[in-house]
Write a protein that binds this ligand. Structure first.
Ligand code: SF4
Length: 287
């Protein structure tokens, strides 16, 4: 829980505040953009919630914050409980954002896909009973897909409870040497008719994207939506190989998808044709 004595002076007066333990992971700004804004190396409250929707979103941010940097002066038990119950949060039927981002992955987003042949966890949230129970209610986890070495977090704890198969690329295997399914090389791996693993080396050598149903691209830290500039974006720092990153971006021109669901950065939905246009624009910008 946040500490009022560490409250950032940049917070506007009012109930919600951010303290100096913030790691600037962006999670709160994604969930409650009318309340939180980036300010230097932190997030801060620039507008206090004024209605139920804004208050709900601010409580969702408080719960998802990986380091407990968001606090309130007066706790609203009802809104807190409601916000907690909203996770995992359905983005579309059967595709969910988990919340409870983990400090171990620098606050990366993780996702859950319900599927009749076994559910998928994509990257790992914090290990919390609330999510364990929620995953049990939905039939457990069959596969845990790790987009790259940075976002493993508590994958092994979830794998142990659900006897799930952990999937990671050979080149990032050092982060999870006990993984049951090791993806090799740079060829696309088709898994049944609906899932494919797409190697996208660049940010790390073993970065992978998961394509589901030719609609949902779980992109790890390879690709995300930038709502301020209104464009897709990709890493410009922390890159293993810049040329490989460009190849991996270009590869996405041939991948049909409508949702980009990243680890870091904003998620977004556009019709496939529009999304491809954004991928093309990014490739041209980076060329
Ligand atoms: S979610 Fe928490 S750690 Fe992340 S930017 Fe917001 S306040 Fe900071």
């Amino acid at each position: 829980m946040a500490n009022f004595s560490k409250r950032l002076v940049s917070n506007i007066e009012g109930n919600f505040f951010v303290d100096s333990t913030c790691i600037d992971c962006d999670t709160c700004r994604q969930l409650a953009p009318t309340t939180f804004v980036e300010d230097g190396n932190y997030s801060t409250v620039f507008h206090q919630p004024e209605n139920k929707t804004e208050e709900s979103e601010a409580y969702q941010a408080l719960i998802a914050c990986p380091v407990g940097s968001i606090g309130v002066l007066e706790h609203n038990d009802f809104e807190f409980t409601k916000a907690k119950a909203s996770f995992p949060m359905e983005l579309e039927t059967g595709v969910l954002y988990n919340g409870f981002n983990s400090e171990k992955s620098f606050g990366a987003n993780s996702y859950f896909v319900e599927h009749p042949e076994g559910n998928w966890l994509i990257d790992s949230p914090r290990y919390v009973k609330h999510l364990v129970d929620a995953f049990k209610e939905r039939g457990g986890i069959r596969y845990i897909f790790l987009s790259h070495e940075d976002d493993v977090a508590d994958a092994s704890r979830y794998a142990k409870v659900f006897e799930a198969t952990r999937i990671i690329h050979r080149e990032d295997l050092r982060a999870l040497p006990e993984a049951e399914w090791v993806v090799e090389g740079e060829d696309v791996v088709q898994v049944g008719p609906e899932f494919s693993f797409i190697p996208v080396p660049g940010h790390t050598q073993g970065s992978l994207a998961l394509l589901y149903n030719n609609r949902f691209l779980f992109s790890g830290d390879h690709l995300w939506w930038d709502p301020i500039r209104g464009q897709l974006d990709a890493p410009s720092v922390l890159i293993w190989d810049k040329e490989k990153l460009m190849e991996s971006l270009t590869r996405l021109l041939d991948v049909p998808f409508e949702w980009v669901l990243p680890g870091h950065g904003h998620r977004a939905y556009f019709e496939a044709k529009t999304m491809r246009g954004y991928v093309k624009a990014l490739v041209e910008l980076r060329a």
